[in-house]
Design a protein around this ligand. Structure first.
Ligand SMILES: *Cc1c(COP(=O)(O)O)cnc(C)c1O
Length: 395
């Protein structure tokens, strides 16, 4: 049998410490490794496969479009991307869409759009305020936008125009705002750095400040969008409307796609301002359209809200049982469990051994981002495994 971990060491750039398992197949909320072992998957492609692995609606749309038309460039009209754009606009508070291929591309587009807005409507304002511990992507500009020193240092000098301020602190946003500011960019919940919840009224206060100053609110909904928080978009959970919003992870339920959307007023790109060779690709757009339509028509966000509450309640029972569990937090099916010491990786490994995939989101925390189609029985099964895993640590 091929030793895939040896091949990885030999041929692949070593930028992350992979979980020592080779996955070969997936169905619903389950995956199998190359030895045939089954796992319940509470990582789901890193909060991507919202309908689980290989959902027939997704697979059928993908294969049908792959047999019809694959790639044309944006120099031609194609139907899948226009259907997807219409569906996104009809179900959100935004008016126009640009479809791209990933979260970072969506955020880059969102920032370029905000800079054009600043140039045209705010006397050349170009600075974007973001928050400490945010994660927005790994291009050079988004490395600067992400408020994490450890991301910045290896790649300095970074592009200018990004100001990182304290998270969840409206006064910090206010004092960083100058006549150079064109936008404030937020993750509603900081997902990659620990599932850090804001105070419930923080996004609203930022919205009000943006209105007062005439600057744009960009919501990075790459992870919170498409049902993850229990509403189709995260902004509905927090009762604010963005001027610009980026989407990616859950948008295609497993295929690589991203999009940024804007209100008409903020939609200031003109001919020549933006393009992408693979943008609006027929295969990814048709697949995403089918997935999103299914999410909407079957109230998948509602399921995420209900099962998410059950997951949080179940995790809290384990918190009461194990003193070293310090906190359970999340909205919908974006949930984390934190420990009083750095045992995140060991908990991950103990769960892996017993057949559950979880994600280490901080040295002392694991994250649960299961497919949005799971039910309470899946949660019960995961809790049984997690309980056994936690019982191997000193309480
Ligand atoms: C994952 C993520 C990104 C980056 O998306 P990529 O597709 O990996 O480029 C950006 N913002 C948030 C909030 C994310 O969770």
């Amino acid at each position: 049998m091929t030793n895939w971990q040896e091949l990885d060491k030999k041929y692949y750039m070593q930028t992350i410490v992979r979980v020592p398992v080779t996955l070969v197949r997936g169905e619903g909320a389950r995956v199998w490794d190359d030895r045939g072992k089954e796992y319940l998957d509470f990582v789901c492609g890193l909060a991507v496969n919202c309908l689980g692995h290989c959902h027939p609606v997704v697979v059928n749309a993908l294969t049908e479009q792959a047999q019809t038309l694959m790639q044309t460039s944006l120099w031609y009209y194609t139907t899948p991307m226009l259907r997807l754009a219409e569906l996104l606009v009809q179900n959100s508070c935004l008016d126009r869409v640009f479809i791209c291929n990933s979260g970072l591309e969506a955020n880059e587009g969102a920032i370029k759009l905000a800079r054009r807005y600043g140039a045209l409507k705010l006397n050349g304002a170009y600075e974007v305020i973001t928050t400490n511990n945010s994660f927005h992507g790994r291009s050079l500009a988004l490395t600067a936008a992400s408020g994490q020193v450890k991301m910045h240092e290896p790649f300095e000098p970074l592009p200018v125009g990004f100001i990182n301020v304290a998270n969840n602190d409206i006064e910090a946003v206010k004092s960083a705002t100058t006549d150079k500011t064109c936008a404030i960019m937020l993750e509603l919940i900081q997902a990659e750095t620990g599932v850090n919840l804001p105070d419930n009224d923080y996004p609203k206060k930022v919205r009000e400040w943006c209105d007062q100053k005439g600057i744009l609110l960009i919501l990075d909904e790459v992870q919170t969008g498409i049902g993850r928080l229990g509403t189709l978009f995260g902004y509905q959970t927090y009762g604010v409307e963005p001027d610009i919003m980026s989407l990616a992870k859950g948008l295609g339920s497993g295929i690589p796609i991203g999009a940024f959307l804007a209100k008409e007023n903020a939609s200031v790109f003109t001919i020549g301002d933006h393009n992408a060779t693979f943008g609006g690709n027929p295969v990814t757009s048709a697949t995403s359209y089918a997935a999103l339509k299914y999410v909407i028509e079957n109230d998948i966000p509602g399921n995420a809200r209900r099962v998410g509450q059950y997951l949080v309640d179940s995790l809290n029972k384990l918190r009461e049982k194990y003193q070293f569990v310090t906190e359970v937090r999340g909205r919908g099916l974006l949930v984390a469990m934190e420990f009083d010491s750095d045992i995140g990786q060991e908990v991950l490994m103990a769960c892996l051994e017993k057949g559950l995939l979880v994600n280490r989101v901080k040295p002392n925390a694991v994250r649960f981002v299961p497919p949005l189609i799971i039910d309470n029985r899946d949660v019960d099964e995961a809790m049984e495994i997690l309980d056994k895993a936690l019982s191997t640590f000193d309480n």
